[in-house]
Ligand binder design. Structure first.
Ligand code: NAP
Length: 244
């Protein structure tokens, strides 16, 4: 018996059209899961779909900042043994330039979307008792902040606090809730950060990661642990994937 095997499990992955969500979907399918992937960009979501191993997978377009999209998505879903929340944007601004719009924009996708999707999944009883595992992607920056990241990091800190409460509330149903908190990983988000912010700042942060930049597989493999029965006694945690 392989405690990391996902055969027979159906896993929803948000943000699956790119980066960590895409790789998690591919890796989960390689471990035997049936995956349900969602994102906004049809072409890129389709590319992920084409890369999945096995059969029976599903894909749905949805903007998770729009409540009607969340409701339609949840109504279309089968019951789930796992959920991975991998949406996010890298929207950085020094503290003096933060406005109510900046706060709303970042929180809407980095916090509200995951919280509201979870509420809808619970409301519609889509999470299977005693086997379901929920994983949120936080960031190591909640422990090691970087200049300009006030809103991004605050939203991730809020998400981690929310996840701990959720773990407490769902434990009686045998539903587990955990976070992974990666350092810098090679994804389109990192390219965007370098382009919009500064390549020098990214280089400096990379130099602090003694094992270098992460690859999406490094994060996906840790998420597989949380989705699998290997972690059936683990809830309310946040795993730092810091590249040392
Ligand atoms: N890369 C890193 O170094 C790193 C480090 C720590 C934490 N993280 C976190 O890991 C998560 C994934 O990051 P990534 O690097 O994979 O980023 P990415 O490649 O930019 O992917 C972001 C994903 O979020 C989706 N998304 C954005 N806005 C959305 C919306 N309104 N509705 C639905 N989906 C939406 C995108 O979908 P569309 O493109 O289809 O719109 C895309 O699939 C994020 O939460 C990020 O903060 C990343």
């Amino acid at each position: 018996m392989n405690a990391f095997d996902l055969t027979g499990k159906t896993i929803l992955i948000t943000g699956a059209s790119s980066g960590l969500g895409r790789q998690t979907a591919i890796t989960a399918s390689e471990f035997g899961a049936r995956v349900v992937i969602t994102g906004r960009d049809a072409d890129r979501l389709g590319q992920t779909y084409q890369s999945l191993k096995g059969e029976g997978h599903l894909q749905f377009l949805a903007d998770l900042t729009v409540q009607s999209d969340i409701d339609e998505l949840v109504a279309s879903l089968p019951v789930l043994n796992g959920v991975v929340h991998s949406t996010g944007i890298s929207d950085l601004a020094p503290a003096r330039f933060i406005t109510s719009e900046t706060i709303a924009k970042t929180f809407r996708i980095s916090f509200d979307a995951s919280v509201l999707l979870t509420a809808a999944l619970l409301g519609k009883k889509k999470l299977v008792k005693n086997t379901c595992s929920i994983v949120f992607i936080s960031s190591i920056s909640t422990r090691y902040p970087f200049v300009g990241g006030a809103m991004y990091i605050s939203a991730k800190a809020a998400l981690e606090a929310y996840a701990r409460v959720l773990a407490l509330e769902l434990a009686p149903r045998g539903i587990r809730v955990n976070c992974v908190a990666p350092a810098f990983v090679r994804t389109p988000m990192l390219d965007e950060t370098a382009a919009n912010y500064s390549q020098e700042a990214v280089n400096m942060i990379e130099a602090r990661q003694i094992l270098g930049l992460g690859d999406p597989e490094d994060v996906a493999n840790s998420i597989i642990y949380y989705l699998a029965d290997a972690s059936k006694w683990v809830s309310g945690t946040s795993l730092v994937l810091g590249g040392g």
